[in-house]
Design a binder for this molecule. Sequence first.
Ligand SMILES: [Zn+2]
Length: 494
Amino acid sequence: MDPHHTDPLFARVYTQPGEQPARGPSSLQLAAGRIAQISALSDLPASARHHLALPALANAHDHGRGLRTLAFGAQDQALETWLTELAYEPRVDPYLRAVVAFARMVESGICAANHCHNTQDGRQLLAEAEAVSRAARDVGIRIAFAVPFAGRNSVVYGPLEPLLKQLPATDHARVHAMRRPSRSLQENMQLVEQIAALEHEFFSVQYGPVGPQWLDDGALLAIAQASAADGRRVHMHLFETRPQRDWADAHYKHGLIQHLDSIGLLSPRLTIAHAVWLSLDECRLLAERGVTVSANLSSNMRLRSGVPAWRNYLDAGLKFGIGLDGMSCDDDEDMLRELRLAWRHLGTQCSANEFSLADLFEAACVTGRYSITGADGGGRIAAGAPADFIVLDTQRLYSDVLDPARSDELNLILARASKRDIARVVIAGRTVAQDGRCVTVDLPALEARLLEDARQAMLAAPVDAAAVSRLRDAVAHYYAHEALHCACGDSTAD
Ligand SMILES: [Zn+2]
């Protein structure tokens, strides 16, 4: 079967969910990756009787790890100690790692994702990026690859000495090695250019300053200037946790957000991931500069970070998309469940007038997408727009509804739908998932290969679990007892 549709698809259609009522039986004609025409029909064919098309979803922040963190033994806990347990991730084929993650995403209705790349080997970034670009092309998902820039405060935000005091001397060399950046700023800037040479319809490059506590001011300035010059987007973790906020407050006299503004980093090209610990004034400034937030509610709950500052976003008019961060609530990468969770949680913070279903779909389909692809007219089902949409089979959703005419359909979808209700996912006019299965790659076979690869890697290079556990405990102690060391705001030189 040619997955590029030349025959029309049939469904009822939400062109802009919440904003426009569903159109009745329609035919969707696609051409050259775009929606060519939407025409009304008198009825749907029997095979599409329960089909309902909606714009596809965007995953505004992720890391594209095919092996889930729980699979390799990093337990859910506070971010700072969780990071130490990422050492358990076995080094696997970077293509398998990415392709499994991307195939799972499309099965959940995601057409575009921000991929904040975590290197497995800091010296192999270009090879890893090439593998990610191939995975994006093979799956047919739109990926923005954030090139990771880091350089300070690895392991803990602040000087190492108090941490080292908690560890036997035999562990110190390992911690010092973790502290050393694997690439210079200049190398990273060159890598952005080299990785940009790999760009294609489904793969683009962004600057990825990992987070202000992990990157020195000079590098942040260089990224701000480079982005202003070449127009590339920037994607950065910001104020995910309380210790990050405390560190920034101690380190920047006039405030970190003001500082980022003064160096020109705050712009419509910037996406900030998490943004949990933002004040209203900071949200106002970010909104004024056109910055986009990626809110990652499930991840924030699993990693005990807090919850997105929804109230402040709404009051400030700060735009946000929604991301899974590889840490969905049920550990199943189900974007529709994440929407449900965000919708419910937002509902506790504001009235329906302040944030409507239309706003939710705008966040999930349009704003998140903008942070990945820039403005490309996507996120809506309209003639001329990129043909990125999902088709739900609504049979299960309505199975016990006595009078469908009395049902508010979008509310029903928000309350009940999950990826198992997705009959089809179309990206750039091509069916990438059908009846819940990715059809562009063989996900079960790739998952099996990934697990085998991971098992082999664990045998070949076993992780010193006792050392990881000692470091985990020392980091926990550091933030429980030595948090004020953050105030010294140390850098790489220890
Ligand atoms: Zn993240």
